[in-house]
Design a protein around this ligand. Structure first.
Ligand SMILES: C[S@@+](CC[C@H](N)C(=O)[O-])C[C@H]1O[C@@H](n2cnc3c(N)ncnc32)[C@H](O)[C@@H]1O
Length: 419
């Protein structure tokens, strides 16, 4: 069986174009921006003679710097811009006061959510500025710059097969670095201890206990929630055929863990093409003892299941780009959709396993009461809850304005049953 390949979400014919004049010739290229940024309105050619201060000023003004110098120097320039944006000149007294107020809790002791919104605004502005150093790719994704890496395979994995007919394209260096980093993760994979502990069959059957995330697919690097799915007790009532669903499967990691347990069949769904391709590839590579069917669906597949697991994005906010779609859930659409539809898809005696961190509660974006009301409103009761404290570098990084909320974060597996 051939190994499935990632499918790009945007065909080249849908990409905007970018125009500039170079050596008295009008040049055109496709504009690639995964975060959905518009092509810069102004574009200048830039090389090793450009000072970091001048580049920073132009990038802040929204001028694209199409790099024609040494590739490694472009990377150094990006680092210099990053240092400038991360260490802005001393804030005025008024700005400092505003920030302090935003970080402060309201009189009721509940955070206002304002700090989070300011943080995201600052991150978006940072991405805009750092996205102004631009790299041109040939039709085959070759980069014609001195000391440039061969990133063709990484680009194919992120953007789909190179189409000769599409001609050159331009993307930000920052975006390219993300594409290359995703390629490395896809090659080396993420170790998932639960794939060894969930069942013994994997040790004999699978080449290793790794999951290989694709570009743009939620990566289970913070694996503590995966262990919860490996350890949660299965419902006592066992039908003749024990079916489990994994809603929003991403890399397929939770479907794989379920398939190592005493289940007869797992059905994993996702809406995203890249996630579906990634999950299929991981499931294929793991050679699991029980069958896993990966299919496209908005939340639930047809039929009933005795265990239905769902790890929705944890923060109710609008994603800034398709890449953020697995982190931010606008209007809690996925979370509430899962809770609302769960009871109708549970087999008698079945359980829904909702994986959710309380980070949103510590940020003032959702209250515990709202969550409990949604659960009750879905005709569900809480059968139990398993908690784990995430280990995350951001939890101890005091320079991160959300560090306080991160330090308090607990991830839970909520065991839900029909009333
Ligand atoms: C936070 S990620 C979790 C991925 C994976 N289950 C894990 O735990 O690592 C959420 C996933 O849900 C998918 N998703 C979002 N809305 C969905 C929907 N309405 N139906 C199915 N999948 C959805 C996203 O594409 C993403 O892969």
């Amino acid at each position: 069986m051939p190994t499935p390949q990632a499918t790009p979400t945007l065909s080249d014919s849908m990409l905007p174009t970018l125009h500039w004049t170079e050596e008295k010739q009008l040049r055109t290229a496709l504009w690639r921006s995964e975060r959905g940024a518009a092509p810069p309105k102004r574009l200048v050619l830039a090389d090793d003679t450009l000072s970091a201060d001048s580049a920073y000023r132009q990038a802040c003004e929204g001028t694209g710097l199409l790099w024609r110098g040494d590739f490694q120097n472009a990377r150094l320039l990006l680092q210099a811009l990053t240092r400038r944006i991360d260490k802005p000149p001393k804030a005025s007294k008024t700005a400092k006061m505003g920030r302090k107020k935003a970080l402060a809790q309201t009189e009721t002791g509940v955070p206002s959510g304002e700090a989070f919104h300011l943080y995201r605004q600052a991150k978006a502005q940072r991405a805009r500025v750092l996205g102004m150093v631009l790299i041109e790719f040939g039709a085959d994704y070759a980069i014609a710059l001195r000391r440039a890496p061969d990133a063709k395979q990484a680009c194919v994995e992120a953007w789909g097969p190179a189409e000769e007919s599409s001609g050159p394209s331009v993307a930000s260096l920052r975006e390219l670095m993300g594409v290359i980093s995703a390629h490395e993760w896809r090659k080396k994979g993420v170790e998932i201890p639960a794939l060894t502990s969930a069942g013994s069959a994997i040790a004999k059957a699978a080449p290793n206990n790794r999951i290989y995330p694709h570009y743009g697919v939620f990566s289970p690097v913070r694996g503590e929630y995966v262990d919860l799915v490996a350890k949660a007790p299965l419902p006592k009532k066992r039908p003749a055929k024990f079916v489990a669903f994994d809603i929003g499967t991403g890399t397929g990691v939770l479907a794989a863990v379920l398939a190592l347990r005493e289940v007869d069949q797992v059905v994993a769904t996702d809406q995203d093409e890249r996630a579906l391709a990634c999950a299929k590839e991981n499931i294929y590579k793991l050679r699991l003892p029980n069958p896993v069917k990966v299919m496209q669906a908005d939340l639930f597949p047809e039929g009933l299941a005795s265990v239905i697991v769902c790890n929705p994005p944890w923060l109710p906010a609008r994603p800034g780009s398709p890449l953020e779609g697995a982190v931010y859930d606008e209007g809690s659409r996925m979370l509430l959709g899962f809770i609302k539809g769960l009871a109708a898809h549970l087999a008698p005696g079945g359980e829904g396993w909702l994986i959710l961190s309380d980070f949103a509660e510590h940020l003032g974006l959702r209250t515990r009461d709202e969550l409990l009301a949604a659960i009750a409103g879905g005709g569900l009761k809480v059968l139990g809850r398993m908690d784990v404290k995430p280990e995350h570098p951001k939890a101890v990084d005091a320079s991160n304005p959300l560090a306080e909320a991160r330090a308090k974060e607990v991830t839970s597996l909520w065991r839900l049953g029909a009333v």
